[in-house]
Design a protein around this ligand. Sequence first.
Ligand code: HDE
Length: 753
Amino acid sequence: MDPSTPAKAVKHVVEAAAGKVADALTPDVPGAPGSAPPTVEEPTTPHDPLPPKPEQGTPDTRTPTGVATGVPPIAKGQQGAYLTTAQGARLRDTDHSLKAGPRGPVLLQDHHLREKITHFDHERIPERVVHARGTGAHGVFTGYGSAEGVTKAGFLAKGKETPVFVRFSTVLGSRGSADTVRDTRGFATKFYTDEGTFDLVANNIPVFFIQDAIKFPDIIHAGKPHPDREIPQAQSAHDTFWDFVSLHTEAQHHTMWNMSDRAVPRSYRMMEGFGVHTFRLVNAAGETVLVKFHWKPKLGVHSLTWEEAQMLGGMDPDFHRRDLYDAIEAGAFPEWELGIQVFPDTPEETFAGIDLLDPTKIVPEELAPVQPVGRLVLNRTPTNFFAEVEQVAFHPGHLPPGIDVTNDPLLQGRLFSYVDTQLTRLGGPNFAQIPINRPHAPVNDMLRDGFHQHAVHAGVAPYRPNSLDGGNPFPAGVDDGAFVDVPVTVAEAPKVRANPVSFDDHFSQARLFWLSMSPVEKEHIIRAYTFELGKCYHQAIRERQLRCLANIDPVLCAEVATGLGLPAPQPTVPLADVAPSPALSQVGGEWPADGRTVGIVVDPTSDLDGVDQLRRAVFGAGMVPLLVAPHGGTVGDLPAQRTFATGRSVEFDVLLLAGAPTPAPDAIPARDAKAGAADSVTVDPRVLLLVEECWRHAKAIGAWGDGVAVLREARVSGTPGVVTGDSGTEVFAAVQRLMAAHRVWERFPASVA
Ligand code: HDE
């Protein structure tokens, strides 16, 4: 707004902002930054705030002590018509400091300058010590009632709906690091239940590197960048990581998962989640069982190829964040089922010979099936990333009545760590009062004061016993819905720093995982170990890790040794005789393709009516079509979302060719590095590069009309997963059938059985 002409009247609702108004060039394609398209000229008329984007949600409006306020969420509270100070005084100018004359020094009395700069100076808070890079979304959890026999937790009751906030994350990288690095993913869910908040702070890998929390600083120091040069960022392909895991062999099982496709997910929407530890459930009669929690994604478990992951690190470091938010915006709401594996609560705390307190072990689903107990749907993106995703604070000790912990020594340490870390990260003990962390159950604690206290506590007696507040608050009995610690008997034992003997088996389940993989998954694991160890500087560390692999499987060890140019050592322990668990493999099933992206190459000579029909068919199938054209703007009447210069294969799940574009004017190596990738005078070389990369990454490719010529030029005609037909819609139907398997696996020749 021009400060010399403050507007006289506030114009009410901006007509364009009444609903979701799509930009003429990108109709229906998710990713528009605002709820209304911008004008080319800077707006000069004050008006009421624009509505939030339709897919955005906010934390529930509660008091700091959890009471519903009934106030509608003010989605954009800071978007009113007139600029103000932090105290609400209207400002006339925020673009110039107050100076002694236009060329004079700035005056100390400029309170607006000082307020603005001081606040800016303190905008950052410490990033999370682990899981710093993350993404979150709001949703709803609906109980099936199937767990009522084993737990009294009310949010699992049949049909009960509970609001949730989920944060996905990588572990090692800093807050600004790339999404697609090879790493474990966090999958933390905050259930705002009527009986108190329940946090299921899970990962996408069901085991952990260490058996005792006291080793957590060690594994994280080893995985984080080297302390001297602070490299490499967000990855395990370096000496300190492999130094630690090869010496601390209980890490071998988790490391094997990290070398598998699980560590490079295609999408957060396509990941399983695991509570890792065994928990104890208690029902209304006081009976207990032991359980492991699982999240099962509706879309199946799918991964990127390692080359895609690396390319995306440069092309689109926000790939997973964008994928989650675009899917929600497009209405392809991500879904999971929560399931439990149930074990009898025996004094030994073992099942089928597996120690349930050892977090480096799974219980194969074939031995204890995962029983669904509810459904999670993510349906709202955050309104403000910092307020919600950055400030959300999870804690495995946030438990409602009906769910309790076990003596797993890793879990026990976590119960200390998660509150402690927030004191530094969120600046004091009152982090539970930050809007995203406010419980939806009324809070009557006796915790008082401290930094950033938001509650205005009534009463004079925050202590017990008291008579001055009439004795309030009183302890609740079981019938009043109290959380009662399960009175587990602790066996008489000496005080020691030691593990149970059963924790000494470090290789059998790494072998179980390896033997459960399909050939192509084994091939990927071999390549991952070879890549990561190949990045280590010291040969001694590679040799030591090969000794570990020898104790897991001789084929794996020999293949990796070959790649490293080292001899394969002999095992030092007998190879475990384990039965594979087919449930661990990601290959072989069929799943929905909701929210996938379909790249469609077009040029002005394409059958544009047919392309328009195809776009509608893609939208109709719950996917996102992205037209890739020789230049920006439109092709005919159709909007181009990508050009040959801006588009890259890694953002598409499948590629469709509606034409054979000849080289565009900018297809010269001096202007576009991609143009040098293929040598063709008839087809734009960047289109050939798209085909080549999609083929190499085992993605389905389809062509019709002139597009068929591109397949010939790229020499992929007639190969598996490459389909042609008479029209775009016919080809898309065939491609959809291929997409159900995620990739055209036949294109990956595996060297191992
Ligand atoms: Fe965490 N972990 N962790 N962790 N963890 C944190 O808490 C810790 C472990 C997990 O999106 C921190 O608020 C210890 C296992 C997730 O905000 C910290 C140990 C599992 C997230 C912490 C573990 C997890 C965290 C850092 C060893 C899977 C991200 C910031 C005993 C079951 C939560 C924070 C979010 C975050 C400690 C091991 C999952 C420091 C001491 C095992 C998903 O408190």
